[in-house]
Design a protein around this ligand. Structure first.
Ligand SMILES: Nc1ncnc2c1ncn2[C@@H]1O[C@H](COP(=O)(O)OP(=O)(O)OP(=O)(O)O)[C@@H](O)[C@H]1O
Ligand SMILES: [Mg+2]
Length: 307
């Protein structure tokens, strides 16, 4: 029996989700985690590529990265990375699989959590299902520095939900006027509903740095004038044929062509991200993130959770 369990233990240790985490939870230690959602008003502006390449670049910078694939549509993150998720959170809820069994290993040791759960499903969970899921999700805290959330586009309740859960929101935008107006609409809705959020602008598909700055100027004039809100310029990613070449091979461009212009921009973006202040308690607490994600009703069960 002991022999049969050994490989599983090895996998657990390799992945860093071993007894260390359980001990940390028991000791009530908290490790602050940066939770970042990547979103956009208009579709197809490169969110999934940004998430995957940012994750890869952050791994190069020794950050432990977890991606929450929260795009309930075609869930193209796995396709982009050439990965085939066998299971999702649904399997945990059904008691058929553990978190370790549903997590996917991406390139350079990034972890991907295939969610396939929207706000609708989350609100329909029974208290027992929430507890079961939460106790598994909390094992991730001690082995994560950055949680990246890949959202769908637009202002659906699902997208809004995941954005409001995040500590930082990266709005991905292209220089096209339709993308800029959609980004503005998105910021407007998010800012009206959830004050205090910081919006970082990332301009993809630029011809040069000046074009990214110009988009930033246009959007900040709109947000400062009408919303009295400043946005932070994170940077730009150039249009680069290497990105599509990598996508065709189901690899991230930062891995396949590390020195191409887009890859270099992704790396400098990652460097900026790690210099963003990691929130202290309570916002940097991933446990609270999971709890909020799973809904307020979890609070009623609080006493039974050993934190
Ligand atoms: N900097 C870039 N240079 C060239 N092509 C790019 C760049 N960024 C993204 N692309 C291409 O744009 C397409 C859309 O990218 P991606 O799937 O990441 O967008 P998305 O915002 O996640 O889309 P959706 O809204 O459908 O989820 C892909 O085919 C990708 O290869
Ligand atoms: Mg996408």
């Amino acid at each position: 029996m002991a022999e049969a369990r050994a490989p599983e233990k090895l996998v657990r240790e390799k992945r860093g989700y071993s007894d260390r985490n359980e001990k940390a939870l028991k000791k009530k230690t908290f490790h602050p985690v940066q939770v970042i959602a990547v979103t956009s008003g208009k579709g197809g502006v490169g969110k999934t590529n940004v998430v995957a390449n940012l994750a890869y670049s952050l791994r190069l910078l020794k950050q432990r990265v977890l991606i929450l694939d929260a795009d309930m549509g075609l869930a193209n993150l796995d396709v982009l990375l050439g990965l085939i998720p066998k299971y999702t959170i649904q399997h945990i809820l059904l008691g058929e699989r553990t978190l370790e069994q549903i997590m996917i290993d991406g390139p350079e040791g990034m972890k991907i959590l295939p969610a396939s759960l929207g706000i609708q499903e989350l609100t329909e969970l029974t208290a027992q299902q929430r507890m079961a899921l939460l106790s598994q999700l909390e094992l991730l805290n001690e082995c994560t520095d950055v949680l990246l959330i890949d959202t769908a586009s637009g202002i659906s309740s699902n997208v809004m939900f995941f954005n409001t859960m995040a500590n930082e929101i990266i709005i991905s935008v292209s220089p096209e006027p339709t993308s800029i107006t959609a980004a503005y609409a998105m910021i407007k809705v998010l800012a009206a509903r959830y004050a205090g959020k910081c919006f970082h602008l990332l301009v993809n598909f630029v011809r040069g740095e000046e074009e990214g700055l110009e988009v930033y100027r246009q959007l900040s004039m709109l947000t400062e004038g009408s919303l009295n809100l400043s946005i932070h310029y994170l940077g730009s990613i150039p249009t680069d044929a290497h990105v599509q070449k990598a996508v065709k091979q189901q690899r991230v461009v930062t891995e396949l062509y590390p020195s191409c212009p887009a890859s270099r921009s992704f790396l400098s973006l990652a460097k900026k991200i790690i210099h963003l202040p990691v929130p202290s308690m309570p916002r940097g607490n991933l446990n609270l993130f999971w709890r909020s994600l799973l809904g307020k009703s979890i609070d009623h069960q609080e006493d039974t959770i050993s934190l």
